[in-house]
Structures are given as structure tokens and as C-alpha cells.
Design a binder for this molecule. Structure first.
Ligand SMILES: Nc1ncnc2c1ncn2[C@@H]1O[C@H](COP(=O)(O)OP(=O)(O)OP(=O)(O)O)[C@@H](O)[C@H]1O
Ligand SMILES: [Mg+2]
Length: 1109
């Protein structure tokens, strides 16, 4: 719960008190205890009003994260626990929103955390101000100027490992929107004596160690340096390395920062060359050399170092060597040269080193300013951050001129703090119309006066001594001080006779003591005059000016002989006084914000809180007075609105809302609470509370009331919750009942409705059907009428269309004919003009040519004249296909004719007979193919020549067409008997083969039919006309080897004699007339027992079977 609570005031979760004005009782112990308590709880910041006390935690705390930045952003100062961010935010917002220039004054001892605080302020402002590429670059450059200046201006001291050895004031400039534009840095009095000598346990400036640790071998070689620290006299050896500091890494950071800030490469190089030269100067050593006139003279021991310095800086070696040996004093027209003894030579060397370094430092600041200066001339708002060296007190009498100056500066800052705080306080009281009560506090103006008074001030005395002719030493200066200041309350010395401190043995004779606001400091007077003079022999500055190294030359403008100025330069003291005065003036124009840094212990250690040390700081910083002044009768003040907001629950009228003005509300509230009138006062915008007790009482009441309120809220909440629940349930019940009733009614209604709908639908259906029928009928009538009309219209239309088409066709035909006729006419007329006719001619010609060629080719390729030759040349052109075929046919017919023409009449006859045979038997009788090759001889038996047949010959006087032996088949048993078969023009004769007696003679007219089988046999039957004379014995069944010839000749002869075609029946079963009986002759497939001869057998009365193999 506690975590979720949102803080609205610094009073919430307070450890001790966050604001010292609330401390009760207010005394030193309670003050320290409060700080300690907070410190132990890691609360390092505490307020005194608007002043922030910061205790160095000496350890990283997680309170600077970006989340913290966001938390403090745009919040009121007293809203959250004390933080440096709250102050930064307040300052930034009043700069941006109220147009008030701000300055942030950070004071405190060395090591108290001033520099860190200044960086925190800058980083906070950088985080919350505007963003954008340009703005970011400005921010980055401003932030990165810190590491550069720290490297050259900070050193490890016994108090602080990173002690600022110069004062720094930085003005950050913003535009009207609050975006940073740039900045200006002012530096104050670098502690240059550190360059040549460092107190025990301290180091020279960081940069020397950084170069030697971090630079590459190559770079070191260029700078003519060696890595070993012990090689250099100017580097104190006892603490060359610092715990937790990585010089090499820091060197890289510095180089990077220089680049970001805008240093060119050659500038960086020059800077490091000067640093190297300073370091090497320390290694130049002198030895005494006496001269005749008794004057001491010095000589450089080893010139090697000098040579390297001269090479590095481009100075003529002899010039520098002379500058270390002589000193020229010019007065008016005179020039006097004196030699330098060893001590003076060392003094000159160190002076040169110090000057070189401090001028380099100033040059760096100028160069950085050049980079970070605002680029516009618009009016700027300014936030100044002052981080000046803290008050410094060395033990014993080690405090010198530098400490004097530093402490003077702190004195002035305290002064301005007193002035501004009081002034502001006073102004607030006046503003608020509250009566002002005077508070006693120590005003250090008197100490400032002791130091800076133009006539009697210590600085004025010192200047006077420095300028006075005659012997001037630190002692004469002290004497003078004793004379002038002896009576001053804050000045202590044992020198003067009437001194109050004659018996104070803690005060050595060569010292004086000042009671600073922060404590007594004893200053060793030795070196004051010298340091104030800050003398650099002119010979040295002139030697430097002669350097070819442009940076060194620029650092010593007074070395230019053309600009010799015999006037003494202003002393260090007066310069410092002037710059402090300017600073103070500057600060007074701005709205101050204080950060007072406190160091918790001397050991640079975390978690240690040294009460005595802190007490001392509290005292000299005047913090208690600060609280008192702040309280000035009123410990606490708050604007009316937040006050009313915080406490309004304590009064019925103001809780929970107060409608009137806040002030009246607070009045009502305070009256109601019966707070005694003397305890508070009403300002114009704020309420002032006199005693913290009252505030705490209010706080207690508030706490109590908050508890009551919590209970009340809980009670009301519970009541509300129960009531809401009840109401909810009640309404739910009503809703459910309503829904149920609705549902029941709905169901009933639905039922009635559906019944009604059914009844209704039947009636409607019946009505609709009736109507539909009528409508359908009507529709059909309409449709029929429409169809009829459509058909009629169609017919009409088609008729019309036909007529129109006919007309159109006719018109078209006329047009076509007309066009053709016209075309023809035109073509005829113009044919002679057209070359196209040539085409036709060429075509015809080509065709002729092709035909010619074709025929000529054909002539060569003609096949033989044999009708059975199947060869015919291939067709050369496709278009001649039909011609070619026709030609083939004609040629074939022609050669057949040719062939036929060769035949004699005899041959013709034979071929005719053969043709006849072919027509009669081809594909009908199996015997036929064998007969084709046999020539038809007809008279196989030479009847006329053979005497055996003389009788037969005599009996037949006609021409014999066939004479051949045949087998006559016996009708009774199927056996064959040989007979001579004769065919004459008119008759068929059968005669005995031996005797030649004619057995039967049948006129051709009586032969009706010849039958035979389809098989390969020679059987045949000659059927005779029934009733004829020859027919009495029945038909002849014969067999002959020349069946085909005999049947053919019989057919032909019958045809020529009787003009009737002889019927030739080819069948494997036929009937033969035997006397009165008819016998069936049947041809069957027989075995080959008797070779190829067919056998004939009488099977029964009716059947004669012929087996054909
Ligand atoms: N807020 C802080 N958080 C953590 N450490 C801190 C803080 N402030 C200071 N320190 C530590 O204290 C050391 C000294 O702080 P810083 O250098 O700011 O002191 P200073 O007041 O500037 O001293 P000088 O006057 O010598 O310059 C820092 O180096 C750092 O280690
Ligand atoms: Mg510092």
C-alpha cells in the first residue's frame, strides 16, 4: 500500500525533517542529528527553505536515474523529498516560465561535492530542456567541456582525488522556449604553483599523468616524452597513481571531449605539445658558475632536454638558453642586463612553466567559449552555475597566497549568500505583508572589508608593497599589515608590539591569522609578494614570443618587442579582486539558488558521519542562522491553495469542498481548529506558521483525521456496496418476473396467433386458389390470343420479310449483275492497260510447258507393251493426277488393242473360246484354273487319219468339233466304259472306242442342260429333252479330262446353231434321268486311295455317289 501512495508533499514519509525550518527544538545538536539520521538513511539532501544542503555520500546512489529526472520534472519544490533535481527544476522553470535569470551557487569545502553537484544540475537541465539535433549538439558541447577543464584544472589533493584547482562560473544561455543556445565559462585563478611543486600526498594536474599513461607510443615519441613518471621532476612521486582513477581511460575521454567541443586536430596537438614542454621544463637543471667580477652565474647542466623543448616549441635554443642566464631590466631608455644565479635560474624556469601552463589553461577556456558561445543575437535567459574552490584550511602554517585568495572568494560568496537570503526573506515578508522581526546573525562583511578595502585592505597593502621602490620582502609586507590591521577584530599577528596575541605561541612570527567566517586560518606570509607579483622575466616572455609554435607565440603577446609596455601588469591579487567583484555583481542580478555542500568525513569514505566535522561546517556556513532567518518568527509558510488542500479534511466547512477563496478557507479552518492567533499570520498568498509545533499538530490531526476518514469511507463504501447489491437483486427479481410473465403471455399469444393464422390461411388459400384458377383461365385466353396474334403477325411479317428479301435479292442481283457488267466493260476497256493479262498468259504458257515436259518425260519412261506389265511411271505433278490415271488407262487399252491386233483368226477363235470358258467357269468350278493353260485342241482323236475309225468317219460327214475319248458311267453300278465323244455342228455323238460304231446320236436341239460339280473332277451329265428320241435311254453321265473345253465348245456350238444359251448347272448334287428313274448324283469329299482319280459308286436306286479326292 505504502508503495502505491502518491507523494504530494515533502512531509510524507519524512526521515527526520526534510526541511530544517521544521526542526524542533532548533539547536546545533538537533541540526546535526537530523542530518545524520537522514544521511544514515541515504537521504543526502535536506532543505533550509529553498536552500539545499547536500552531504557527500562518497558512493554512487541510485537517485540520479532518468526515472528520477521524470519524477522531479515539473513538480513543486516541496512536493517530493529534498533533491538537487528539485532545485534544478525550480530554477529552470522560473527561468523559462517567469523569465528570471538564475544562478546556482554551490559552496562548500574541498571534497564536499560541489563539482559533482554542478554536473548534476547541468545534466538535469540538459535532460528536461528542449530536444532536437541542434539543441542536442549544444547540450553535448556544454557537458563535454567539463572533462576537458577537469583534466587541465583538477588534481588529486589530500582532501579530494578530483579537486578543482580553479574557480569556474558557467553561464548557460537559453532562448525564450527554454532551449539551450550556448554558454560562457569564466575561470578564476588557477592554482598554478601546483605545476612546479605539489604538497605531500598530492599530484600535479591530471593531464600530465593522463598523457603519460594514455598516449600511444607513437604520440609520446612525437611529444618527446617517456612513459615513466619518475623521469619528470614536476611530477610528485608519492601519489602518482590514484585508486579508482584510470588515467589512460580518462585521456581517451578527454581527447574525445575535445573533439566534441570542437577542437581541431592541430589545436589538440599544439595543446599537448605545450603540456609536454611544461613537463620537460622541470627537467632542466642548473649548476653554478662563477665569473671574474664575482657575480654568480648559472649554467644548464644537460642541454639535451633544452634542445628537445626547443624542437618541440620551435624556439631558438640559444635564445632560450640566454633567457635562463640573463635578466634584462628596461627602464625608460636604459637597458641593463644582469646574470642570474642558480636560484634565480630555477625561479625563472618555474615561473615560465607556471605561466605557460596557466596561460594554456586560460586559452583552453577561451577556445571552449568560442565553440559553445550562442550563435544568435536574440535575447537570452541565463542560468549561471558557480563551482568555486571550497574554503581551504591547511594544518600548521601551510596556507599560502592561494588559500588566502580562495578563502577571500568564499568569504565573498558567504557575503552574497547572507545578503541575498536576507534580502529575499525580507522581500517575501514585505510582499506578504507580514511584520519583519530582526534576527541576529553573523555578517561577514567586516572580514571582506579587512581583505578588500581599497585603502586598508590586506590586498591593497600587498599591492602597495609590491609596487614600492626599495627592498620589498614578505616580512616588510607583514610589518605593514601589522601596522594597519593590528586593531582589526578578525586579524591576528604576533609581530606588532602591542599585539593581543604576543603570547599566542600557536601563531608563528612569519604568519598572520584571519578569523574567517568559517574559522581561523593562519597564513604563512612567505611567497605572498612573489605570487602577487607573478613575475615572468621579460627575456623569457620574449623568447616565448619568438617561438615558431603558433599557440605558444599567442600565449605571450607581451613578448612582442614592438609592444613593449613598461607599465607593470596588474598584480594577481588585484586581478582576482576585480574578477570577484564582477562575479558578485553578476550574481546579484540573478535569482540565487543555493546548494551548500557538506563533507561528512575526512576519509573520503562512505557511511561515515563525523559529527565534529559536520558541526564545524554547519557553524561556519551559518546554516543555523540561515534557519533562524528563514523562520524569522515563522517556521513554516505555504501558499493557501496547497495548505487548504492538505488540511481541509480537518474542518466540516472545508470538507470535502470549499467553494470560496483559499485564504478564507484556511481562515475558517484555523478558527475551527482553535489555533492560537499568535501561532500564525496571514500573508497575501501564504499562511505563515510560527512554530513547527503547530505544523506538527496539524499533521497529527491530519493523520488522525485520515484514519477517521478511511473508516468513514469504508463504512460508506460497505453501506453503498450492500445497498447496491440489494437494489441490484431487487431490480433483478423484477426483471426476471417481468421476463417470465412476458414469456408466458408471449406463448399464449403465439398459440392464438398461430391458430388464427391457420384458419386464416385455409380461407385465404381457398380464395387464392379460386382466384388463381380464374386468373389462369384469363391468362390462358390472353396467351392464346397473343399466340394467335403472334402467329398471324409472324406470318405477315415473314411474308413481308420474304417479299422484302426477294426484292432485296433482286435488287442485289441487279446491282451485282450491273457491277459485273460494268466491271466487264471496264476490264475489257482497260484490259490492254493491265499487266495482269500477262499473268494469265504466263500461267497458260507455264502450264503448256509443264504439259510438254510431262509428255516428253512420259515418252522416255513408257513401260513395255506387255498387257500384263504393271509398271507405270510416278506422277510428277499433283494437278496432273487425274490426267496421269487416265493416260495410264488409255495406254493400257491401247497396248491391249495392239496385242489383240496381232492375233490370227484361229487364235482369235481360241481366245474367244477361252474367254467364254472363263465367263462360264471362273470361280465356279475348281477344275477351271488347271484348264486355262491347256490349249483347246478339240480333235484329240484323229478320226480321219486313223484307219481304225474309217467307218466312223464315213458315218459322220460334218465337221468334227470335238473328238475325244470319255468315260461313260454305267447307271447300274457306276463303272466307267470308254466311248468316243464327238461334237459336230449339229449333233453330239457317242461311239464305241474299239469298233468305232456309233452308239448314240443326239441333235444339239435336244440337249437341255449340262450339270457338273463345283469340284476338281471331270464328271458331267448331259441332260436331254424329255420325249426326244435320244432321251429314251436317259441322260448321259460322262467323265472327261477336258471337261471345261468340252462344256465350253458344247455351249458355243449350241448357241450358234440353236440361238439358245445352253443351261450349265454347277452343283454338288444334281438329278440325272435314267430311263424312268431319276438318280441323284452326289459329290462328296473322298479319300485318296485311288490316287487322284475320283470314284463313282451306286449307293441305291436313287443315289450315285462320286468321291472326289
Ligand atoms: N552526489 C554524489 N554522489 C556520489 N559521490 C559524490 C557525490 N558528490 C561528490 N561525490 C564524491 O566526492 C568526490 C569529491 O567531489 P567534488 O569533486 O565534487 O568535490 P568539490 O566540492 O568539487 O571539491 P573541490 O573543491 O576540491 O573541487 C567526488 O569525486 C565523488 O567521488
Ligand atoms: Mg570541485
Amino acid at each position: 500500500m505504502a508503495k502505491m501512495e502518491v507523494k504530494t508533499s515533502l512531509l510524507d514519509d519524512m526521515i527526520g525533517v526534510g526541511d530544517m525550518v521544521l526542526l524542533e527544538p532548533l539547536n546545533e545538536d538537533s541540526f546535526i542529528n537530523n542530518l545524520k539520521k537522514r544521511f544514515d538513511h541515504s537521504e543526502v539532501y535536506t532543505y533550509i527553505g529553498s536552500v539545499v544542503i547536500s552531504i557527500n555520500p562518497y558512493r554512487p546512489l541510485p537517485i540520479y536515474t532518468p526515472e528520477k529526472v521524470e519524477e522531479y520534472r515539473n513538480r513543486n519544490f516541496y512536493e517530493l523529498s529534498p533533491h538537487i533535481f528539485a532545485l534544478s527544476d525550480e530554477a529552470y522553470r522560473s527561468l523559462r516560465d517567469q523569465d528570471k535569470d538564475q544562478c546556482i551557487l554551490i559552496t562548500g569545502e574541498s571534497g564536499a561535492g560541489k563539482t559533482e553537484a554542478s554536473k548534476l544540475v547541468m545534466s538535469y537541465v540538459a535532460a528536461v530542456c528542449g530536444k532536437g539535433a541542434e539543441v542536442n549538439q549544444v547540450k553535448e558541447q556544454l557537458l563535454q567541456s567539463n572533462p576537458v577543464l577537469e583534466a587541465f584544472g583538477n588534481a588529486k589533493t589530500v582532501r579530494n582525488d578530483n579537486s578543482s584547482r580553479f574557480g569556474k562560473y558557467m553561464d548557460i544561455e537559453f532562448d525564450f522556449k527554454g532551449d539551450p543556445l550556448g554558454g560562457v565559462i569564466s575561470n578564476y585563478l588557477l592554482e598554478k604553483s601546483r605545476v612546479v611543486k605539489q604538497p605531500r600526498g598530492e599530484r600535479n594536474f591530471h593531464i600530465f599523468y593522463q598523457i603519460l599513461s594514455g598516449a600511444s607510443e607513437d604520440f609520446l615519441c612525437k611529444l618527446k616524452l617517456e612513459r615513466d613518471f619518475s623521469r619528470y621532476n614536476y611530477l610528485g612521486l608519492d601519489s602518482a597513481r590514484v585508486n579508482g582513477v584510470d588515467d589512460a581511460a580518462n585521456f581517451r575521454t578527454v581527447r574525445n571531449a575535445m573533439q566534441i567541443v570542437g577542437f581541431m586536430d592541430h589545436e589538440t596537438q599544439s595543446v599537448f605539445e605545450v603540456v609536454a614542454a611544461v613537463l620537460k621544463l622541470g627537467n632542466i637543471e642548473f649548476k653554478p658558475e662563477s665569473r671574474v667580477n664575482g657575480l654568480d652565474e648559472s649554467k644548464i647542466k644537460d642541454k639535451n632536454e633544452l634542445k628537445e623543448i626547443c624542437e618541440l616549441t620551435g624556439i631558438d635554443q640559444s635564445v632560450l638558453e640566454r633567457a635562463f642566464s640573463f635578466r634584462t631590466v628596461e627602464a625608460k631608455q636604459e637597458k641593463v642586463s644582469t646574470t642570474l644565479n642558480v636560484a634565480q635560474a630555477y625561479y625563472a624556469r618555474d615561473a615560465l612553466a607556471k605561466n605557460l601552463y596557466s596561460r594554456l589553461f586560460s586559452w583552453l577556456v577561451t577556445r571552449i567559449n568560442e565553440s559553445i558561445k550562442a550563435q544568435t543575437k536574440v535575447r537570452k535567459k541565463v542560468m549561471g552555475v558557480l563551482d568555486i574552490y571550497g574554503f581551504e584550511i591547511f594544518e600548521n602554517a601551510d596556507n599560502s597566497f592561494e588559500q588566502f585568495i580562495i578563502n577571500y572568494c568564499n568569504e565573498k560568496l558567504q557575503q552574497i549568500f547572507i545578503e541575498l537570503t536576507l534580502k529575499e526573506e525580507q522581500e517575501e515578508y514585505i510582499r506578504e505583508g507580514i511584520e519583519w522581526t530582526h534576527i541576529e546573525y553573523f555578517n561577514n562583511a567586516i572580514i571582506c572589508d579587512l581583505i578588500e578595502n581599497n585603502q586598508t585592505g590586506i590586498l591593497a597593502m600587498l599591492d602597495e608593497e609590491c609596487l614600492r621602490p626599495g627592498t620589498v620582502t614578505d616580512d616588510t609586507f607583514l610589518e605593514k599589515l601589522n601596522q594597519v590591521c593590528a586593531t582589526h577584530q578578525h586579524f591576528e599577528s604576533r609581530m606588532s608590539k602591542c599585539s593581543r596575541f604576543l603570547n599566542d605561541t600557536t601563531l608563528p612570527h612569519s604568519c598572520f591569522r584571519i578569523q574567517h567566517y568559517a574559522g581561523k586560518v593562519m597564513y604563512q606570509v612567505e611567497g605572498f609578494v612573489d605570487k602577487n607579483n607573478d613575475l615572468l622575466y621579460r627575456d623569457l616572455s620574449q623568447a616565448m614570443w619568438k617561438a615558431s609554435h603558433s599557440l605558444i607565440k599567442a600565449l605571450f603577446p607581451e613578448g612582442n618587442p614592438a609592444k613593449i609596455n613598461l607599465k607593470r601588469p596588474p598584480t594577481a591579487g588585484s586581478q582576482f579582486k576585480a574578477s570577484v567583484a564582477t562575479l558578485m555583481k553578476n550574481l546579484q542580478t540573478k535569482n540565487p539558488n543555493y546548494i551548500r555542500c557538506i563533507k561528512p568525513n575526512d576519509k573520503k569514505a562512505a557511511h561515515i558521519f563525523n559529527d565534529a566535522l559536520v558541526g564545524h561546517q554547519i557553524r561556519y556556513l551559518g546554516l543555523l542562522e540561515n534557519v533562524r532567518v528563514r523562520r524569522a518568527g515563522y517556521a513554516f509558510r505555504q501558499a493557501y491553495e496547497p495548505c487548504l488542500e492538505r488540511y481541509k479534511m480537518l474542518c466540516k466547512q472545508t470538507w470535502p469542498h470549499w467553494r470560496g477563496p483559499a485564504r478564507t478557507g484556511v481562515e475558517v479552518l484555523f478558527n475551527e481548529l482553535e489555533i492560537p492567533e499568535e501561532e500564525f499570520s496571514f500573508g497575501r498568498s501564504k499562511i505563515f506558521i510560527r512554530n513547527p509545533r503547530t505544523l506538527f499538530k496539524l499533521e497529527d490531526l491530519r493523520k488522525q483525521r485520515l484514519e477517521d476518514l478511511a473508516t468513514l469511507i469504508e463504512k460508506i463504501y460497505r453501506g453503498w456496496k450492500c445497498r447496491t447489491r440489494f437494489l441490484l437483486m431487487k431490480t433483478s427479481q423484477i426483471v426476471i418476473a417481468a421476463w417470465f410473465r412476458r414469456y408466458a403471455q408471449q406463448k399464449k399469444y403465439q398459440k392464438i396467433k398461430s391458430s388464427a393464422i391457420i384458419v386464416q390461411s385455409y380461407i385465404r388459400g381457398w380464395k387464392a386458389r379460386k382466384l388463381l384458377r380464374e386468373l389462369k383461365h384469363q391468362k390462358r385466353c390472353n396467351e392464346a390470343a397473343t399466340i394467335i396474334a403472334a402467329y398471324w403477325h409472324g406470318t405477315q411479317a415473314r411474308r413481308e420479310l420474304k417479299r422484302l428479301k426477294e426484292e432485296a435479292r433482286r435488287k442485289h442481283a441487279v446491282a451485282v449483275i450491273w457491277a459485273y457488267w460494268l466491271g466487264l466493260k471496264v476490264r475489257r476497256e482497260y484490259r490492254k492497260f493491265f499487266r495482269a493479262n500477262a499473268g494469265r498468259k504466263i500461267y497458260e504458257f507455264t502450264l503448256q510447258r509443264l504439259m510438254q515436259k510431262y509428255f516428253l518425260e512420259m515418252k522416255k519412261k513408257m513401260p513395255s507393251l506387255s498387257p500384263i506389265d504393271k509398271n507405270w511411271p510416278a506422277r510428277p505433278y499433283l494437278f496432273l493426277d487425274s490426267t496421269h490415271k487416265e493416260l495410264k488407262r488409255i495406254f493400257h487399252l491401247w497396248r491391249c488393242k495392239k496385242y489383240r491386233d496381232q492375233f490370227t483368226d484361229q487364235q482369235k477363235l481360241i481366245y474367244e473360246e477361252k474367254l467364254e470358258a472363263s465367263e462360264l467357269f471362273k470361280d465356279k468350278k475348281a477344275l477351271y484354273p488347271a484348264s486355262v493353260g491347256q490349249p483347246f485342241q478339240g480333235a484329240y482323236l484323229e478320226i480321219s487319219k486313223n484307219p481304225k475309225y474309217k467307218k466312223l468317219k464315213d458315218a459322220v460327214d460334218e465337221k468334227i468339233i470335238i473328238a475325244e475319248v470319255v468315260n461313260k458311267i454305267n447307271r447300274a453300278n457306276g463303272k466307267a466304259t470308254s466311248r468316243i465323244f464327238l461334237l459336230t455342228k449339229n449333233n453330239v455323238l457317242l461311239a464305241d472306242q474299239k469298233s468305232g460304231n456309233i452308239k448314240s446320236e443326239v441333235p444339239l436341239g435336244d440337249v437341255t442342260k449340262v450339270s457338273m460339280s463345283s469340284q476338281n473332277d471331270g464328271f458331267f451329265a448331259v441332260h436331254l429333252k424329255e420325249g426326244s428320241g435320244a432321251a429314251s435311254k436317259g441322260d448321259f453321265l460322262l467323265s472327261s479330262d477336258h471337261l471345261i473345253e468340252m462344256a465350253t465348245k458344247l455351249y458355243r456350238t449350241t448357241l450358234s446353231q440353236t440361238k439358245q444359251k445352253l443351261n450349265i448347272e454347277i452343283s454338288d448334287e444334281f438329278l440325272v434321268q435314267f430311263r424312268q428313274d431319276k438318280v441323284c448324283v452326289k459329290f462328296i469329299q473322298g479319300s485318296q486311295k485311288n490316287g487322284n482319280v475320283p470314284t463313282c459308286k451306286r449307293k441305291n436306286n436313287r443315289l450315285l455317289e462320286v468321291a472326289v479326292p
